[in-house]
Design a protein around this ligand. Structure first.
Ligand SMILES: Nc1ncnc2c1ncn2[C@@H]1O[C@H](COP(=O)(O)OP(=O)(O)OP(=O)(O)O)[C@@H](O)[C@H]1O
Ligand SMILES: [Mg+2]
Length: 338
């Protein structure tokens, strides 16, 4: 499968009055054409900031310090704002956690949907208008034609969310990044939106990055999953491998709430005991050490590399080192902590 997106060793920090917040600490990931990748991980693990870095939409105190973001072979970290604007909306559509991030309060919803169609797709005003109305209908906004003339503040929260989704997909992007796209929506609309994204993937070969806390949604939509923790990808693999053969204790923790893998669709990620690492002073070793039942001496001092489990399954945990005890041994019976 051809890669549409490859991120290599991305590092992003925020410079604040209390110091440097190392939000993204060497993230690498890849996404094929027409592929759907799920990103899971607890709050603060760097999921959104990785995507905001990719889109070059960081707040002013945020900076990409290192790494490449190759989109169709072009490094987005090197592009000027003008070129980035062309890519945003046209090639990459993003659905944010907070709809107001992408809706402009001073323009009507209609104007905001029509503009990119005229600008990027060379549509006539009339065609753009009709396409925009169709989009609003598609995302379940009743009275779409009337709604075109309204401003974002005249929309309810759920309606704004849907308008934002319409905006993200109106130009038929090659990649849709959906960051917790459905949390604010009721279940029926959620299902419709996910169905819509699946449709785009199947019919137009649109690639999707889906950030969610909902394991059922990931299992249903994504062929591969990246698990993030402490600003890093700690495990990546096929959805099957992540659910049925996870190789990182953090992933075990995420999944332990699933008593029976057959019930995945009804489960959401549950919190794990303990605190995430302090990103102002991230630990030298594995960021999960302090919360890990199986931590060994080396975990505290040395950051584990991504160990290959199979061709597409990798995990950043020392337990996968050939010298560590085999995971087939009952880990509970072995005292790792000294
Ligand atoms: N403007 C900022 N200044 C300083 N730190 C920031 C800023 N924006 C984000 N961060 C920090 O970056 C880290 C990563 O945040 P991010 O929003 O990517 O988390 P997330 O994985 O998306 O979490 P959630 O599931 O809650 O959305 C967090 O520790 C957050 O506090
Ligand atoms: Mg987020």
């Amino acid at each position: 499968m051809d890669n549409l997106l490859t991120i290599n060793n991305l590092r992003t920090s925020f410079f604040t009055h209390v110091g440097e917040v190392k939000a993204v600490r060497g993230v690498s990931l890849h996404l094929g054409k027409g592929e759907a990748l799920g990103i899971v991980g607890e709050s603060g693990s760097g999921k959104s900031i990785t995507m905001m870095s990719l889109m070059r939409l960081l707040e002013e105190n945020g900076k990409i310090l290192e790494g490449q973001v190759l989109f169709e072979g072009k490094d987005l970290t090197k592009l000027g704002e003008k070129e980035m604007q062309k890519i945003r909306g046209n090639d990459i559509g993003m659905i944010f956690q907070d709809p107001m991030t992408s809706l402009n309060p001073v323009y009507t919803i209609g104007a905001q949907l029509i503009e990119p169609l005229i600008k990027h797709k060379n549509m006539s005003k009339k065609d753009a208008f009709n396409t925009a109305v169709k989009m609003l209908q598609l995302v379940g906004i009743p009275g779409a034609e009337k709604r075109m003339k309204q401003y974002p503040h005249e929309f309810s929260g759920g309606m704004r969310q849907r308008a934002m989704i319409a905006m993200a997909i109106v130009c038929n992007p090659k990649l849709i990044i959906a960051d917790e796209p459905t949390t604010a929506l009721d279940v029926t609309i959620q299902a419709q939106i996910l169905e819509l994204m699946k449709d785009l993937k199947d019919k137009l070969n649109t690639s999707i990055i889906l950030i969610t806390h909902d394991l059922g949604v990931v299992a249903d939509m994504c062929a591969r999953i990246n698990v993030m923790y402490g600003g890093m990808v700690v495990e990546s693999g096929s959805t099957r491998d992540i659910f049925y053969n996870p190789k990182h204790p953090y992933t075990w923790g995420l999944l332990k709430s699933v008593p029976n893998p057959k019930n995945i669709s009804k489960e959401r990620l549950k919190p794990i005991d303990g605190q995430p690492p302090d990103l102002l002073k991230p630990p030298a070793g594995c960021p999960f050490t302090d919360r890990c039942e199986y931590a060994m001496k080396i975990c505290k001092s040395n950051l584990p590399p991504m160990f290959d489990i199979n061709d597409e399954h990798k995990a950043a945990c020392w337990l996968n080192h050939s010298l560590a005890l085999s995971l087939d041994t009952k880990v509970e019976e072995v005292v790792f902590n000294e």
